[in-house]
Design a protein around this ligand. Structure first.
Ligand SMILES: Cc1cc2nc3c(=O)[nH]c(=O)nc-3n(C[C@H](O)[C@H](O)[C@H](O)COP(=O)(O)O)c2cc1C
Length: 133
């Protein structure tokens, strides 16, 4: 398993993670659940109409935190928009519940991948372990 696959598997197991963005000097955070490895990169999915999308367009710096089974991960980096159809379709195929609201061909569906990102795994009592993804 590659580092990025390991990070994505952790997010999948946790089911819910929290995505932080910045709006000016105000941090914003919300629950997310979408995660996919595509072409070796970690992708997430949102809707272009959402505030989170607008915040990332203005400032791509983002951080994710997820907790599962006594361990947690933080992923810090930049989220880059990818408007190609292929990663959108792959995301919807992995998470078919999204198809009730999104399609790879609509004007709203957005996928973004982490660039220049570091994922750090933590556990109580253990040393943190960082990987670049
Ligand atoms: C468990 C859970 C998972 C969610 N996953 C996503 C997701 O992957 N992508 C998304 O755009 N919204 C997701 N949402 C909805 C967002 O949290 C919600 O639309 C939020 O308001 C978006 O942030 P914003 O208001 O700052 O734009 C999820 C909500 C919950 C409760």
């Amino acid at each position: 398993m590659t580092d990025v696959e390991r990070v994505c598997a952790f997010l999948d197991e946790a089911q819910t993670y929290y995505l932080a963005t910045a709006e000016g000097d105000q941090p914003r955070v919300r629950p997310f659940g979408t995660a996919l490895v595509f072409e070796g990169k970690l992708y997430i999915q949102t809707g272009k109409v959402k505030n989170v999308s607008k915040q990332l367009a203005a400032n791509p710096k983002a951080e994710i935190c997820a907790f599962c089974n006594g361990n947690w991960v933080r992923i810090a980096g930049e989220l880059v928009n990818d408007d190609r159809r292929e990663p959108k379709a792959a995301m919807l195929d992995k998470m078919p519940a999204l198809k009730a609201m999104y399609s790879a061909d609509d004007d709203n569906t957005q996928v973004l991948y982490f660039k220049n990102a570091t994922a750090t795994f933590f556990s109580f009592g253990g040393a943190p372990e960082s990987v670049n993804i």
